[in-house]
Design a protein around this ligand. Sequence first.
Ligand SMILES: [Zn+2]
Length: 359
Amino acid sequence: MSNLDFNIVKKDSFARAGIVKINNKELLTPTFMPVATKGSLKSTPHEMLDKTTVLLANTYHLYLRPGADLINELGGLHKFMNWNKLILTDSGGFQGWSLPTKKIQEGIEFKNIYDGSTFLMTPEVSIKTQNLLGSDIAMIFDYVVNIDAPIEKQEDAIKTTETWANIAKNIHANNNQSLFGIVQGGLVKELREKSALSMTKLEFDGYALGGLALGETRGERKEIVNYTTQFLPENRPRYVMGLGDTLGLIDLIEEGIDMFDCVWPARLARHGKLITGNTYLNIKNKQFANDPSPIYEGCPCFTCKNYSKAYLRHILRNEPTSAWLYLTVHNLIQTEIMLDDARKSILESDFANFRKRYV
Ligand SMILES: [Zn+2]
């Protein structure tokens, strides 16, 4: 039985405002998941994200260090990282694409990034690891290829993902954990359709679209997502993996996507590029050297309430690890504010005007 309940509260054209309930915790959608790959946001204590309800952690990284058995022994990932709200674990499938690997029938051969040894990640290992971590939402182990890979490779990716999804579904035994399927198929409509149908046959708790935000244009992405969602059940959450820039998010909220994750806002912050509504400022610019105002007037984040641009510019130049914390908090809170605005506009049947304000 599924531990996940999803209600669409309001639709405005394709855009949806919903509530996901899992394990007595609530998640308002559309939502953005900050990325805590190794159980921690880079440079930022997750306690500082008081608006955040769900974090994403990574199976591949936690499997290697400190190991899922150890985390399980210490009470699971929530307790280990002292985060009582929701956690989604990605399966390690994306690392099969982003790291040097070799795909074989049973899974993906990885090189251990820490000691250079080789190990095999299979759908079984990925699901067992996520079970031990005890995340609220687990992802199937999928096979990701380049967005512009030739058609035979795209076909192999959806076939392999389907085979591994069957294995994942069969061995997933955790009533406190939802399991999401992943649709692959690059920019090829027939393959996305085929992959979506094979995933929905397995009746997952939610459905992700993988293999996107890998170099396609915004228009291409919007078109393939628009095409694919018609093959996904209306009453299950939809998640586009690895996307986090403002315009990209708005494009796909418009297409009925409910969940997103990305390292992008945090990475951007570490480079000094800060989100100010629908635009950015670069805190490194000389014009801010004596600017006593906050990054963004009216921003409720800890950083804007307490620090000036002049101070933040100074510490980014001279004490960068401290600056990363303040700047990351700002960008993540701004991303969440934008999603809150999107949700509010859907509830008020005003998404088109919201879109105009940002795009
Ligand atoms: Zn701020």
